[in-house]
Design a protein around this ligand. Structure first.
Ligand code: 13P
Length: 336
């Protein structure tokens, strides 16, 4: 087994998943503004350190995606943030794209940037302790979007990124996110997501990426947030499984979903059913940002010194997600 495959399995095996704590300073400021906490470097670290030093880290979290600011910060215990994460047995990771910019030639859409100077930045992140990375491509959805241009150019960037990351000894998370915003049906989400994922793997293969050393981070197959269509969690799980079975090469060891605007309970319930019905060899886990942190940040904002109380909320959420990776979650467990 390759070293990269070992890292991917360490992150996702044994009911563990990924905490996506890689909000850029701009996004984190929005999250903190929403709960009336001032967005200073100190407060951003305080919230994150509260999560990273919780018991959940040892049991339920196999990897944490960090942002450039955080990976360079020192914690109160004088450990660096990556040292704190590693000491809990989890793997530190880092977001390496520099954001989604207007796609020239199709200005309603976005292309993710960050390839320039990537090899040099990766050297620094590796030295700081990172062993996996994230790059997110975003796709809008409607009758005419995503365009072929957006599908091709984002897939190409994801593949170039993946090959440079593997060359640097780290596991790339390949995140092609078909956004939930819009009036589209689940069927359209299925069709477009399948097309996007297939193109990504075509490009990864063209770029000689070792598929046993990548983690795919896709969206689930869900109707748009403005769609009138309502489908059950069972249907979401079945469509999502069908899409991934048809589009993801079997060498890929694991798939870790993004939550993408689902509530904490929706993201947990859907993942649980995906695992109940999972008849593939892929590990199906989570790489949630909002669906792991929403209740915790709300609680924390009322008293930012209440570390224990905040950790209790986060432990519960991570525990529920971990149960969902094994198909063992239920609504009753949420209430107890
Ligand atoms: P959400 O789970 O909040 O969608 O965030 C995951 C993520 O990392 C998006 O890039």
């Amino acid at each position: 087994m390759s070293q990269l495959n070992n890292i991917a399995l360490k992150i996702l095996s044994n009911g563990k998943g990924i905490l996506a704590a890689d909000e850029s300073t701009g996004t984190m400021t929005k999250r903190l503004d929403a709960v009336n906490v001032e967005s200073t470097a100190e407060n951003r670290l305080l919230f994150r350190e509260t999560l990273f030093s919780s018991n959940a880290m040892k049991k339920f979290i196999g990897g944490v995606i960090l942002y450039d600011e955080t990976i360079k910060q020192n914690t109160n215990s004088k450990k660096t943030v990556p040292e704190l994460i590693s000491s809990a047995g989890a793997v530190p990771g880092i977001k390496v794209d520099t954001g989604a910019k207007v796609l020239a030639g199709s200005p309603d859409e976005k292309i993710t940037e960050g390839l320039d100077g990537l090899r040099e930045r990766l050297k620094e992140y590796y030295k700081l302790g990172a062993r996996f990375t994230k790059w997110r491509g975003v796709y809008i959805i409607s009758d005419k979007y995503p365009s072929k241009l957006s599908i091709d150019s984002n897939a190409h960037a994801l593949a170039r990124y993946s090959s440079i990351v593997q060359e640097s000894g780290m596991v790339p998370i390949v995140e092609p996110e078909v956004l939930m915003e819009g009036k589209h049906t689940a069927e359209n989400c299925f069709k477009k997501t399948s097309e996007v994922i297939k193109k990504c793997f075509e490009e990864l293969i063209n770029n000689n990426v070792d598929l046993t050393g990548v983690i795919l981070k896709p969206n689930m197959i869900i109707p748009g947030n403005l769609s009138k269509e309502k489908i059950s969690a069972e249907e979401i799980a079945k469509l999502t499984l069908k899409c991934l079975k048809d589009s993801v090469p079997k060498e890929v060891p694991g798939i870790a979903f993004l939550s993408g605007g689902q509530t904490e309970i929706e993201a947990t319930e859907n993942l649980n059913l995906i695992n109940k019905f999972n008849d593939t060899n892929f590990i199906m886990s989570f790489s949630y940002g909002r669906a792991l942190q929403q209740s915790a940040i709300k609680f924390w904002s009322k008293n930012i010194k209440n570390i224990e109380g905040t950790q209790k909320i986060f432990n519960h959420r991570a525990n529920m997600c971990s149960l969902a990776t094994q198909g063992k979650w239920s609504k009753e467990l949420e209430e107890n």
